[in-house]
Design a protein around this ligand. Structure first.
Ligand SMILES: [Zn+2]
Length: 399
């Protein structure tokens, strides 16, 4: 085979793959899920990755939400560069809350599209359809979601279309990945699951261990097919409820209405999306748009004194610290503590779909995620804290 070129994408260089590379983003995968499943003896392949491959703890992007992190993983850069910092932003000029899952909001090309354009066979499978268009932007390759799988895909995978709120939605992704590897042998494959199970079940619980046992079996098959496996997560997951089992929530819109006047400030929760049943749109990150006459610093100081608020920062402070796009966030960024979530108005959250005590994400407390490989790494500089969006760099340049 002729020598293949290296590619430079968004300022980072990637070597051509020697073996098929499968990058897996396990949604909501706190590292402890893996440790507990391995300790329980239900995930022998993950145990092998920990023992004889390479394992790191890495930081995800804050806000620790699904879309910003998936897009960082496939572009290799922060949201400051690729622009996707949540599911929603507020367009001040249009005076409207805008959903950010249209690919037109993506400001950087993906590593996936670059390899496909250079002649690699590339495949992308996501659980939920909300990510498909963003991940598949400009991609000449296979790209589908389990949620909206068409007839040909259902036949390929040999499983019925799963419910969007189920563990089977993620299993479909892994089953599709194995079938694609067996039949089309992609050079580069990206598999992205959903955190339905992690939102309900803590590490070590039987539902969680069942999920990781399922995943383990498919990863072992991909390994047996000769693939390099690189596994990371978009964010972790923590309990967000009190002793009474009810969500531990700070309702920011109610607070700001009281402080500044009803409806003058606007709270945006970038976790909000069409699939809120399992988290009631409650996460640990919020951004606030203040009226023109508001004293931003005084509001920040006041928010910092609210019990359960971990950080309140100005737009400039937060965008510098977390590498975020200033034009898609409000005047103030609020992050709550580990077991606390942020809401808008109490009356605006429909929590009737929560059939288990709330677990969620979005804050600093969900930033640590696993970075696992089925081969040993070489030449990773030791000092720097790794990010989940270093996964393609390590997989292609350091294995
Ligand atoms: Zn997620």
């Amino acid at each position: 085979m002729p020598e293949r070129p290296s590619l430079t994408v968004n300022g980072r260089r990637y070597r051509w793959m020697d073996q098929p590379l499968v990058v897996v983003c396990v949604d909501g995968c706190e590292f402890d899920y893996i440790h507990q499943a391995v300790a329980a003896g239900v995930a022998p392949f993950l145990g092998r990755m920990l023992a004889t491959g390479a394992a790191f703890e890495a930081d995800c992007v804050v806000p620790s939400f699904t879309n910003p992190n998936n897009l960082s993983i496939v572009t290799g850069v922060s949201p400051a560069v690729h622009g996707i910092c949540g599911n929603y932003f507020y367009d001040r000029e249009a005076g409207a809350e805008v959903m950010m899952n249209d690919p037109k909001y993506l400001r950087a090309g993906t590593i996936l599209a670059a390899f496909a354009a250079a002649g690699a066979r590339v495949a992308v499978v996501t659980a939920k359809d909300k990510l498909r268009a963003l991940l598949g932007k400009d991609l000449a390759g296979t790209c589908f979601s389990a949620e909206k799988a068409d007839a040909a895909t259902l036949e390929l995978v040999g499983r019925p279309r799963p419910s969007v709120y189920s563990a089977e939605l993620s299993e479909f992704v892994f089953a599709a990945g194995v079938k694609l590897m067996q039949t089309r042998c992609p050079d580069l494959m990206y598999l992205s699951t959903t955190d339905y199970v992690q939102h309900k079940a803590a590490p070590g619980s039987s539902a969680a261990n069942d999920f990781y046992a399922m995943m383990d079996g498919y990863l072992a098959q991909l390994d047996a097919l000769g693939a390099t496996i690189a596994l990371t997560a978009d964010h972790g997951m923590n309990d967000k409820f009190g002793a009474d089992g009810q969500p531990n929530a700070i309702y920011l819109q109610d607070l700001l209405d009281e402080w500044l006047g009803r409806g003058t400030a606007r709270v945006i929760l970038p976790i909000t999306d069409p699939y809120v049943v399992h988290h009631g749109a409650l996460g640990s990150f919020a951004t606030v748009y203040l009226p023109g006459n508001a004293d931003v610093q005084a509001t920040i100081d006041r928010l910092r004194r609210v019990e359960g608020v971990q950080l309140a920062l100005s737009n400039a402070q937060a965008c510098a610290r977390f590498e975020l796009p200033p034009d898609r966030l409000g005047d103030v960024i609020v992050i709550s503590e580990k077991n606390v979530v942020l809401g808008t108005g109490r009356a605006r959250h429909d929590l009737s779909g929560l059939d288990a005590p709330l677990r969620s994400h979005g804050g600093l407390s969900e930033q640590a995620v696993p970075l696992l490989f089925n081969r040993r790494t070489a030449g990773i500089p030791g000092e720097r804290r790794l990010r989940n969006f270093d996964v393609m760099d390590i997989a292609l340049n350091h294995l």
